[in-house]
Design a protein around this ligand. Structure first.
Ligand code: GAR
Length: 197
């Protein structure tokens, strides 16, 4: 039976779209839910139009109470019999209370070559450091931010004229290749890292 995947987003959801579009044919998983913390997230409308169940848990009314926000997330997930959570541009930090029950079943994509540049502004930090390459990482989610076993990485060159914006676009193209490749392997029970190119 196919694994049921919940994809968490906060914005445009281009990684979510790449994942959804990859889960066809003999792929061992299917998208069962797209969930956002932002009612305005562009990806929600796309997923609804694609016929995927969607839900929104707006984080703002929970300001200062992460436990209550995470309890609401768990409640919305429960009816969907989810096997795997894929964080795809989900910009809220999840605490151990939420992560622990999903450990080993939750993935994240991060726009840097972890362990470099955990957190935000990864591309600006890579440029400021004078790095000559950048990339993205898919990893298992653990309670520590942008940590956890690495399941795949893709690398891109940093070019002399790059800005954070041009570099982000080059990395994002690779994210759309890497994340589907990792999810397919992971959903089949294979945790060997996918290293691109
Ligand atoms: C992606 O670049 C993703 O790696 C990054 O947000 C972007 C979301 O784009 N995620 C993080 O920074 C997580 N800390 P998308 O909504 O078009 O997929």
């Amino acid at each position: 039976m196919s694994k049921r995947v919940a994809i968490f987003i906060s914005g445009g959801g281009s990684n979510m779209r790449a994942l959804v579009e990859s889960m066809t044919g003999d792929h061992p998983a299917r998208a069962a839910l797209v969930l956002s913390n932002d009612p305005q997230a562009g990806g929600i409308a796309w997923a609804r139009d694609a016929g995927i169940p969607t839900d929104v848990v707006d984080h703002r009314p929970f300001a200062g109470d992460r436990a209550a926000f995470e309890a609401a997330l768990a409640e919305r997930l429960a009816p969907h019999a989810i096997d795997i959570i894929a964080l795809a541009g989900f910009m809220r930090v999840l605490t151990a209370g939420f992560v622990a029950p999903w450990q080993g079943r939750m993935l994240n994509i991060h726009p840097s070559l972890l362990p470099k540049y955990r957190g935000l502004d990864t591309h600006a930090r890579a440029l400021a450091a004078g790095d000559t390459e950048a990339g993205c990482t898919v990893h298992e989610v653990t309670p520590a931010l942008d940590d956890g076993p690495i399941l795949g990485q893709a690398r891109v060159p940093i070019l002399p004229d790059d800005t954070a914006r041009t570099l982000a676009a080059r990395v994002l193209e690779q994210e759309h290749i890497l994340y589907p490749a990792v999810l397919k392997r992971f959903a089949a029970g294979d945790r060997r890292p996918v290293m691109l190119p």
